[in-house]
Design a protein around this ligand. Structure first.
Ligand SMILES: *[C@@H]1O[C@H](CO)[C@@H](O)[C@H](O)[C@H]1NC(C)=O
Ligand SMILES: *[C@@H]1O[C@H](CO)[C@@H](O)[C@H](O)[C@H]1NC(C)=O
Ligand SMILES: *[C@@H]1O[C@H](CO)[C@@H](O)[C@H](O)[C@H]1NC(C)=O
Ligand SMILES: *[C@@H]1O[C@H](CO)[C@@H](O)[C@H](O)[C@H]1NC(C)=O
Ligand SMILES: *[C@@H]1O[C@H](CO)[C@@H](O)[C@H](O)[C@H]1NC(C)=O
Ligand SMILES: *[C@@H]1O[C@H](CO)[C@@H](O)[C@H](O)[C@H]1NC(C)=O
Length: 502
């Protein structure tokens, strides 16, 4: 008890004014019942935001808050008014350019519940008429009223409208489409400085990422953006941003952009790209076209057909066209390969999906083979014969008796053998199924291995400098069933010189 009292006294000495107020409060509360005395703690806070500098033709909002710090009175309403120089008031009412919103909040303070009323004035499109110094109408005020009380509390504020004429403007040099290897300088010129503002910073962004930035720039020396030896990656949306401080208080940015485009071109290998895949695998072709922005068309010509399927859409399960970024190469992935996917695939620069594959195209030649043809069945039957045997059968409903001649008995169980030596098959599907079944039982995966390199060939010229080559094959052992293919070069070349030409 004693300790508490002492602390209380110390606090009182430190905050004498508050203690006086508290004492006064106690006094007033005690006399309230007798005299219905109104305590003067109802008030209005400073309008927020404190510095209102909207730019002409933008929107602005100001919030006033009223509450009674002793929690006795309940705020009823807040009105916004304008006061001219003769102290005449005009109450602001909602119209198509002006509206009000409000919310209440109840806070607990020292065990008292304090109701706060927030009212926000919104101006949709500020014009110079809303400026506090404009014409007859002048400063703004918020007037707060409490329930059942004649009290009226005021707080003034001003709105300083920054006219459009005050805003600086900049202009970025326009650019035509560049060819790769070109160089260009793009300027960011301040075309109209602002009389009321200070230049803070000029920055160049590329696709939203800052490239360079100059603080406190000089309005007469534009900041150049230099692109040398343009590559696809130099293409993009370049934005120059000028940051100023309007009237030394309001941060403001103006920007202008230029799209730098790089004409598409091919950086492709000399010949076609050949790929061999097995059934049910997938394959990806990476297009060597470059440029910005880049678009390509994918086309397909089935082996042995003239017809070209133009503009593969690339959004189904079979075909997928993708790239890992706006500068990355386009890739076409073909899934679940079948024989019918063998043929030529083309990546072309846009030609409105025409069937022209001669110009501006890169060619990939794909062969699809079946793994089981590479597995020699232990039945005296070469599965490589499948195609020869089955082609005439297709769609004809013919009967075929496959006679096994090898030591087959150990593989017979579980297969549809009709006797010890033969399978009776009635159609192509059944034949295929049989081979699948046989392959599952018999075929072992064997990873492919490289043969030794062949000796180098003769030089391909008889005088001057030329090339000699050597090769190796994936035959030691050959890849079998689902074994892995050989990885590595199958061909190597070496420079040679046959002496001066006569
Ligand atoms: C704002 O008002 C001006 C002048 O009345 C008008 O030209 C402009 O279009 C308006 N802007 C908007 C966003 O309503
Ligand atoms: C608050 O807004 C509502 C809806 O616009 C309105 O009916 C009400 O009178 C407002 N209250 C105050 C205290 O301004
Ligand atoms: C921008 O500034 C550069 C360098 O001073 C000048 O060469 C160019 O003409 C200016 N461009 C414009 C549009 O004013
Ligand atoms: C470039 O970027 C700016 C700023 O991000 C944006 O306003 C503009 O629309 C963009 N231009 C293009 C062509 O994408
Ligand atoms: C594609 O078609 C448009 C409109 O028909 C044409 O202007 C454009 O030149 C064509 N482009 C090509 C590469 O053929
Ligand atoms: C092939 O033969 C099997 C078994 O007799 C039968 O179920 C299947 O429908 C036949 N397929 C065709 C395409 O005739």
């Amino acid at each position: 008890m004693l300790v508490y009292a002492r602390v209380k006294i110390e606090v009182c000495i430190k905050h004498i004014m508050r203690c006086v107020m508290v004492a006064l409060g106690i006094l007033m509360v005690s006399v309230k019942g007798l005299y219905a005395f109104d305590r003067d703690t109802f008030g209005i806070g400073e309008p927020f935001p404190p510095n209102i500098y909207p730019v002409e033709f933008t929107s602005v909002q100001v919030t006033c808050v009223a509450f009674d710090s002793s929690g006795i009175k309940t705020p009823e309403k807040i009105l916004f008014v304008r006061k001219d120089r003769y102290a005449r008031y005009t109450f602001l009412t909602a119209d198509e350019n002006l509206y009000f919103t409000n919310r209440t909040e109840e806070v607990d303070k020292d065990g008292k519940k304090i109701k706060k009323l927030f009212v926000t004035m919104h101006i949709r499109n500020v014009t110079l008429e809303e400026d506090s110094t404009y014409g007859q109408l002048g400063r703004y005020e918020c007037h707060a009223f409490a329930v059942g009380s004649p009290l009226e509390r005021k707080h003034g504020f001003s709105i300083n409208v920054i006219s459009r004429d005050e805003l600086p403007s900049i202009s970025v040099t326009e650019a035509n489409m560049l060819q790769h290897g070109d160089s260009i300088i793009v300027f960011c010129n301040i075309t109209r400085p602002s009389w009321s503002s200070r230049l803070k910073r000029i920055s160049w962004f590329k696709n939203g990422v800052v490239q360079q930035s100059v603080r406190y720039p000089d309005q007469y020396s534009p900041v150049p953006l230099v692109i040398k030896n343009a590559a696809a990656r130099d293409g993009g949306n370049y934005t120059c941003v000028l940051e100023v401080s309007l009237r030394g208080i309001r941060r403001y940015k103006v920007s202008d952009s230029v799209m730098i485009t790089i004409a598409p071109w091919f950086d492709k290998p000399q010949g076609d790209t050949e790929l061999n895949k097995f059934k049910e695998e997938s394959v990806s072709f990476q297009c060597a076209a470059k440029g910005f922005p880049l678009n390509v068309e994918w086309k397909f010509q089935k082996s042995g057909e003239d017809n070209i399927r133009s503009c593969i859409s690339g959004s189904d399960a079979k075909y997928r066209i993708h790239r890992s970024g706006i500068y990355a190469p386009y890739v076409l992935t073909v899934n679940d390969l079948q024989y019918s996917d063998s043929g030529s695939y083309y990546c072309c620069l846009p030609s409105n999906c025409s069937d022209d594959v001669k110009n501006n195209c890169q060619r990939f030649v794909l062969g699809v083979r079946d793994d089981k043809f590479r597995c020699k069945l232990d039945l005296g039957l070469l599965v490589d014969m499948t195609e020869t045997i089955s082609s005439p059968l297709k769609g004809k409903g013919a009967r075929l008796v496959v006679t096994a001649t090898g030591a087959k008995s150990k593989h017979q169980r579980g297969l549809r053998g009709v006797d010890d030596r033969a399978y009776r098959l009635s159609n192509y599907t059944e034949l295929n199924d049989l081979f699948d079944d046989l392959a599952k039982v018999i075929c072992q995966p064997v990873d492919g291995g490289f043969s030794d390199w062949s000796p180098f060939s003769d030089c391909d010229v008889t005088c001057g400098s030329g090339v000699k080559v050597r090769t190796r094959t994936c035959t030691n052992p050959p890849r079998q069933w689902k074994g892995k293919d050989c990885v590595g070069a199958r061909k190597e070349s070496m420079a040679c010189n046959e002496g001066p030409c006569k």
